[in-house]
Design a protein around this ligand. Structure first.
Ligand code: ATP
Ligand code: MG
Length: 341
């Protein structure tokens, strides 16, 4: 059995970082026919770990994320799209897994550490936030996922999940594997594993407000491309330019399939004589060719929110029945299935 589980937090609309880091891969894997089951989760309970006071934001973005999914080509006939909070089994699993990790192990997670600093949580970390990697272990194992296609920031989460799986199997398995140990699947193109923001910062992220959203109209995309960080020492067109840390070239590497042309442009830029305006114009063409069809499909689905909510309802019912089955197995292994004959 080959099974995918992955997802996104409904804290905003999805952006180009999600697209190259995970969405584009998911659609490819979905259409490859190599997987028996594909589960795509809208992680609203996880979003609440740092949005406890703004539940309306989370609620409103459930539909946004679902629209983005359908617009990029996730197909509900092949992929089960569901809402995390509607599956109580995930929270039961989280509780049992919590006993298999230490607080100091959770505090060492480098992604969580960076997020704590970014959100200013240093002296007041919500317990739920510190523990969200444990709840991710529940999300992944509840579907017997073998494969988790995500961006690089998720590497520590997958390590934590694998540790929990090994510990669980060791403690409760009696020689057999009760839980499936998942593998991370990162994009093969290195720059796609962590797409930088428009401002040149390490990661395009909703929280950092440095994104191009999949639903941005072309005039908005054009404006954002104009503001992109390039090489501050490249003042005159004739000056030799640098491509390291120059986000425009990083994006060309991530989005342009004409590798030869990008190579030529890089050489020209480094020699001098190629202006930022021209490179940005080309990047805009490349991005438009990807984003325009996504935007059009999104607009079609926007006309029919009832259809989208039904997709989520059906997907959630299917996911629920799978998680119920796995939780039953877990409770039997833990010998807490008192009333089962
Ligand atoms: P938030 O700021 O709310 O955490 P986010 O922009 O980090 O939002 P998530 O919902 O946390 O997005 O991430 C969902 C998925 O998208 C994960 O698999 C993550 O690795 C991937 N991802 C997010 N941002 C990027 C990026 N800039 N480059 C590559 N992958 C990314
Ligand atoms: Mg994130």
């Amino acid at each position: 059995m080959k099974t995918i589980l992955t997802g996104d937090r409904p804290t905003g609309k999805l952006h180009l970082g999600h697209y190259v880091g995970s969405l584009r891969e998911r659609v490819k894997l979905q259409n490859s026919g190599e997987f028996d089951e594909i589960y795509i989760m809208i992680a609203d309970a996880q979003a609440l770990t740092d949005h406890a006071g703004t539940p309306a934001t989370v609620r409103e973005n459930i539909l946004n994320v679902a629209l983005d999914y359908l617009a990029v080509g996730l197909d509900p006939k092949k992929s089960t799209i569901f809402i995390q909070s509607q599956i109580p089994e995930l929270f039961e699993l989280t509780t049992y897994y919590m006993n298999l990790v230490t607080v100091s192990r959770l505090e060492r997670n480098p992604t969580v550490k960076a997020e704590i600093a970014q959100k200013g949580f240093e002296t007041s970390i919500p317990a739920g936030f510190l523990c969200y990697p444990v709840s991710q272990a529940a999300d992944i194992t509840a579907f017997d996922a073998t494969t988790v296609p995500v961006g690089e920031d998720q590497t520590p989460m997958l390590e934590q999940t694998r540790e929990i799986v090994r510990k669980f199997n060791d403690v409760y398995g009696n020689g057999t594997a009760i839980l499936v140990e998942p593998e991370i699947l990162l994009p093969s193109n290195n720059v796609c594993r962590r797409l930088p923001g428009l401002d040149g910062k390490a990661k395009m992220s909703k929280t950092l407000d440095n994104c191009i959203y999949l639903s941005d109209e072309s005039d908005v995309v054009a404006k954002k491309v104009q503001t992109m960080y390039t090489d501050p020492t490249h003042i005159k067109v004739s000056d030799p330019g640098h491509i390291e840390g120059n986000v425009v070239f990083t994006y060309l590497d991530a989005f342009c399939s004409d590798v030869e042309k990008v190579c030529e442009m890089k050489e020209h830029y480094q020699r001098g004589g190629l202006g930022d305006v021209k490179v940005k114009k080309y990047l805009l063409e490349v991005l438009e060719s990807i984003l325009n069809p996504i935007c059009e499909r999104r607009k079609e689905y926007e006309k029919n929110p009832d259809y989208v909510m039904n997709v989520l309802k059906d997907g959630t019912a299917k996911a629920h029945s799978k998680a119920t089955e796995v939780l039953k197995r877990v409770k039997a292994a833990m010998k807490i299935n008192y009333f089962e004959s």
